[in-house]
Design a protein around this ligand. Structure first.
Ligand code: HEM
Length: 453
């Protein structure tokens, strides 16, 4: 079969190609304009390299599944993330990744996550108790901040249970937001050498990492020296051994996995939940349905793992939120060798990108894509959908390791907040997405808490 030529997108500028568009905060709009003009596959230059953008589930499926070995994570943004995480399930490639994934994966199975459900609900209850006080005081709260803190506390406790002192928790809570913001900034810097300059921002960056390392290594050392065996992820990871060599993870490897869970495991969930609460005030029918489900399944008690399957409407609302606002808006890959992708020739050594954000709004795969409709995730309708038209967690062998964790956590937060409160976005609040490594509300989301009638 004769291969088709990938449509040649805009020429861009000499030397840098389309870098300014691609590295700008408007890159999603720019990519949308490329799709509108050239279709579901297009190529352009980024610096000296060729880049491809694909926006068809069949092509994305091929990249993530059968041909995943040719489309690796050896890209600039993963290199930046690796400065913080080191070699871990998130950043490694090839055999090194396989070994780590096999070791860690069993602890993220649904049945294992259920063990962590109490710890999730206890943390959410603490937040809600604070909200009661805030509500009485008529306080406006920044929801994005609140969601970040609660998801961070949950993942920290899942890893270290009670090993973190209040002081550690405060340090972790204060260090992550600036570290994440700096990582996001760096990942879309047009010139990576900027991050090596001896600027105070670069020194602060290393400072944040050092602070977190100090806490993580201290906990690992204590745990090795003690006879306690708490039911947390750190303990499970310490006991895990390589199926072939019988070797456990070293302290450095444990540190990298812990840092990965922290970074990969809270901002994503927090952002999706922030979008959910910003959408609900405009979706009164959805809000009423949520309240009905929560009242029927839980009444006034906190959920436990066995309630999770019954909170199916909460889950659909969260999934639909991630359709419109997928926490990871763009995924990059490095093309190792020349390859036939569908009917197209793809050059080895180039970059390839696809966007859950744009794919989830593709009119060929989603009817009235701009409408918020949780029933899209009813079993019937979802069965008819292309399996790669919805990829908030990626797909194939490198699908998000924490997807079960994230879904249970998000459903519990949605249900427990709904039991007690309605969140009203403050009048006139500007809500816009900021697309960097993640899809965040650019100005946060200010809400006033109202007790459920
Ligand atoms: C709603 C929440 C979340 C979203 C939308 C999300 C999204 C993603 C996506 C899109 C990827 C694939 C990246 C790629 O293929 O390039 C990924 C990978 C990963 N995620 Fe998540 N994630 C979420 C929550 C979590 C949580 C809670 C954890 C852990 C506690 C986690 C840990 C990981 C890890 C370790 C990987 C790398 C897996 C591998 O490459 O083998 N994520 N996530």
């Amino acid at each position: 079969m004769k291969l088709r030529v990938v449509p040649l997108g805009p020429k861009g500028y000499p030397f840098i190609g389309s870098l300014l568009h691609f590295a700008s905060h408007n890159r999603i709009d720019w990519l949308q304009s490329l799709i509108d003009t050239y279709g579901d596959i297009v190529t352009f230059k980024l610096l000296k390299k060729r880049a491809y953008f694909i926006n068809h589930p069949e092509l994305i499926k091929e990249v993530l599944t059968n041909s995943s070995a040719n489309y690796t994570k050896k890209t600039i943004s993963f290199k930046i993330v690796k400065e913080v995480l080191g070699e871990s399930t998130f950043t490694s490639v090839g055999d090194e990744w396989k070994r780590k994934r096999l070791l860690v994966q069993p602890y993220f199975h649904k049945s294992q996550i259920a063990i962590l459900s109490n710890l999730m609900t206890e943390t959410i209850e603490k937040m809600l108790a604070q909200w009661e006080t805030d509500c009485d005081a008529g306080k406006v709260i920044d929801l994005t901040d609140a969601m970040m803190q609660v998801t961070l506390q949950i993942v920290v406790k899942a890893l270290f249970s009670t090993a973190l002192s209040d002081e550690d928790l405060q340090t972790v809570g204060a260090t992550f937001p600036p570290l994440l913001a700096a990582t996001n900034r760096r990942a879309i810097l047009p010139f990576q050498w900027l991050s090596a300059l001896p600027l105070s921002s670069n020194k602060n960056y290393q400072g944040y990492i050092d602070k977190l390392d100090k806490i993580i290594f201290r906990i690992i050392r204590h745990r090795r020296a003690s006879n306690d065996e708490p039911m947390d992820l750190l303990q499970m990871l310490m006991e895990a051994t390589d199926g072939e060599t019988g070797q456990p993870l070293t302290d450095d490897e444990l540190r990298n996995e812990a840092m990965t869970m922290f970074i990969a495991g809270h901002e994503t969930t927090a952002n999706a939940l922030s979008w959910l609460w910003s959408i609900l005030p405009r979706q009164t029918v959805v809000r009423t349905n949520l309240e009905r489900e929560v009242d029927a399944v839980l009444g006034k008690r906190a959920p436990n793992a066995s309630d999770y399957p019954n909170l199916s409407y909460c889950l659909k609302v969260f999934k639909e939120t991630m359709r419109l606002y997928p926490p990871v808006p763009i995924l990059p890959r490095n093309v190792e060798r020349d390859h036939k992708l569908g009917e197209y020739h793809i050059e080895g050594g180039s970059d390839l990108f696809f966007s859950p954000y744009l794919l989830h709004r593709h009119p060929d795969f989603w009817s009235h894509p701009e409408l918020f409709d949780p029933h899209r995730f009813d079993q019937e309708s979802h069965r008819e959908q292309h399996s790669f038209a919805y990829i908030p967690f990626g797909g194939g062998p490198r699908i998000c390791l924490g997807n079960n964790f994230a879904l249970m956590e998000a459903v519990f937060i949605t249900a427990m907040v709904t039991q007690k409160f309605r969140l009203n976005v403050v009048n006139g609040a500007k809500i816009e997405p900021l697309m960097s490594l993640t899809t965040r509300p650019k100005y946060g989301i200010s809400v006033r808490l109202e007790r459920r009638p």
